[in-house]
Design a protein around this ligand. Structure first.
Ligand code: ZN
Ligand code: ZN
Length: 135
């Protein structure tokens, strides 16, 4: 039984991993707001090589603040965003934590792009907050 399991809304895409998260955080950037249709993206990052993903995903390539690519992968059937990758962090797969079977397993330790956080969003608990990306 893997530690972290999850999948898209329709169930065609499933993933699992026993790896420990590399980091976990909440991104308030405008691109994550648009891509998720929500106020922020809760992200749980793992070593990509240690995450098993089953089912076909479609990937949208955008450009991050770094000027380098960001790949957002979603289920082509139900549209759920499942994971993101960024060129500046090779080998890291960022799972969108709302897709976890047990989302309570995520304990975010930081919030990034707080400069574009919605004013009505105030998350409980203490964590590091960055206006944009951590240095
Ligand atoms: Zn789906
Ligand atoms: Zn973002």
């Amino acid at each position: 039984m893997a530690t972290f399991t999850g999948g898209c809304l329709c169930g065609r895409v499933r993933y699992s991993t026993d790896a420990a998260p590399v980091f976990s955080g909440v991104c308030h950037c405008r691109d994550c707001q648009r891509a998720t249709g929500s106020a922020f993206a809760p992200v749980l990052a793992f070593p990509k090589a240690e995450v098993r993903v089953e089912g076909a995903l479609t990937t949208y390539q955008g450009t991050g603040d770094s000027g380098k690519p960001i790949w957002r992968s979603f289920c082509p059937n139900c549209g759920s965003g499942v994971h993101d990758e960024v060129a500046v962090m090779p080998g890291v797969l960022m799972i969108l934590a709302g897709t976890l079977d047990d989302p309570a397993l995520m304990q975010p330790t930081m919030e990034i792009y707080c400069s574009s956080a919605q004013p009505w969003v105030s998350l409980a608990g203490e964590r590091k907050r960055f206006a944009k990306m951590p240095g």
